[in-house]
Design a protein around this ligand. Structure first.
Ligand code: FEO
Length: 394
């Protein structure tokens, strides 16, 4: 298949992976993903920006041959993670005169992960420019979105920027240009939640930087190319902002419905007061949906049954995930039910502690909740409502 031209001798040479169902062995993919690679033909030199996920290397090289890419002078590694760098050794073999241009941290990564030798790497510095003749590549180090080795490559004459994982989406396409839709927005949000949210402060910084650059297009390393940069930049501005929305996320695991009854009760009462809720069944629901809800939530209330004198292990897993994703939530509480005894909340509170959430009095019940327990849940609803009011969400 012929490479699609993005702009003035800049071509898309990446691949879709429509069958991939999970990324990082963690978050399910609804639309597969794409591994984007860009071929930039200058009047004197040719560069490839980012390469390919190793299992796709053969197909990737085949397409380069089909498109008569006879010489490559530079391979730009914007980031060392192997879904983008994995085909560098094969490319170096195919194009023996090519040299890898990358930053010092990425150089270390591709040496250790891919055993690329020193003589095939030229380490560049932040802001350095490399000429391809009528095109100039400018390297902008962007540590933290999402690895310390991440950088962007800006193609000056065309005013387009390759942002690596930043501003990407796990999404596939036949035409490389983004069709702005709710579906794409959801995929980009799911991707942001899992990959970028832990680095929210850096996301804010680089979103603003790219806004200020007034680029014509954004070329990420997953998902479509944005001809209208504001579509994705405005979404990131919202997601990465410091202000949560009037939303309570309620992840729960319930063995005999008692914990579920409490979660349902909380949800119903909060909704009646105008507070939005998102109930998440830890056993059956899709973790990506939880991650997306955490992008906006002001409050997290976790529900757990007791298993062997402690919280259910699947609740522990979700608490850990919430802690490492570092959402902007401000408040939290816990509810749960036990049969004979133990410590239901201590471990969960300990795992969530790094988020520095303002903790609302938890409710722990023996067996099924009784009238007194429901009064405590009513008090929790009032407390959440008042907390949201205190930061002008209701
Ligand atoms: Fe898409 Fe950080 O790799």
């Amino acid at each position: 298949m012929k490479f699609q031209e993005i702009k003035n001798n800049i071509f898309y040479c990446g691949l879709n992976d429509c069958d991939r169902r999970i990324f990082d062995e963690l978050i399910p993919l609804e639309h597969g993903t794409s591994y984007n690679s860009y071929l930039v033909k200058g009047s004197e030199k040719t560069a490839i920006i980012d390469t390919m996920y190793p299992p796709k290397t053969k197909e990737y090289l085949k397409r380069l041959v089909e498109n008569q890419v006879g010489k490559v002078d530079y391979i730009i590694a914007n980031h060392g993670e192997q879904d983008h760098s994995g085909s560098i050794p094969a490319l170096l073999e195919k194009y023996p005169n090519a040299i890898v241009l990358t930053n010092p941290k990425c150089a270390e990564n591709i040496k250790s992960m891919l055993h690329v030798s020193d003589e095939k790497i030229r380490v560049i510095s932040d802001g350095e420019e490399v000429s391809l003749g009528d095109k100039t590549l400018k390297f902008i180090f962007a540590p933290g979105v999402h690895w310390p080795d991440t950088m962007f490559t800006y193609i000056k004459e065309d005013n387009v920027i390759c942002t690596c994982d930043f501003l990407g989406a796990h999404y596939t396409f036949s035409d490389v240009f983004a069709v702005e839709s709710l579906e794409l927005e959801k995929s980009a949000k799911r991707y942001y939640a899992e990959i970028m949210m832990p680095f929210r402060t850096m996301c804010k910084k680089y979103t603003q930087m790219i806004k200020d650059m007034k680029v014509d297009m954004i070329l990420p390393s997953h998902g479509p190319v944005y001809k209208n940069p504001d579509f994705i930049l405005d979404l990131y501005t919202d997601w990465a902002s410091d202000t949560p929305k009037n939303l309570v996320v309620l992840p729960y695991v319930s063995m005999y419905e008692s914990t579920k009854d409490m979660i349902d009760y909380l949800s119903e009462k909060l909704e009646a007061k105008g507070v939005k809720t998102f109930k998440f069944d830890i056993v059956d629901d899709d973790l990506g949906d939880l991650a997306m809800a955490l992008v906006d939530a002001a409050t997290i209330v976790m529900g757990t049954s007791m298993v062997l004198a402690g919280p259910h292990p699947m609740a522990v897993n979700v608490a850990y995930l919430a802690a490492v994703l570092r959402p902007k939530a401000k408040f939290a509480s816990l509810v749960g039910s036990y049969g004979w005894g133990g410590k239901l909340f201590d471990l969960l509170a300990q795992i969530l502690a790094p988020l520095k959430l303002d903790i609302i009095e938890p409710v722990q019940v023996k067996g099924k909740p009784n009238a007194e327990d429901y009064e405590k849940l009513d008090a929790m609803v009032d407390a959440i409502y008042n907390k949201h009011k205190s930061i002008n969400l209701v």
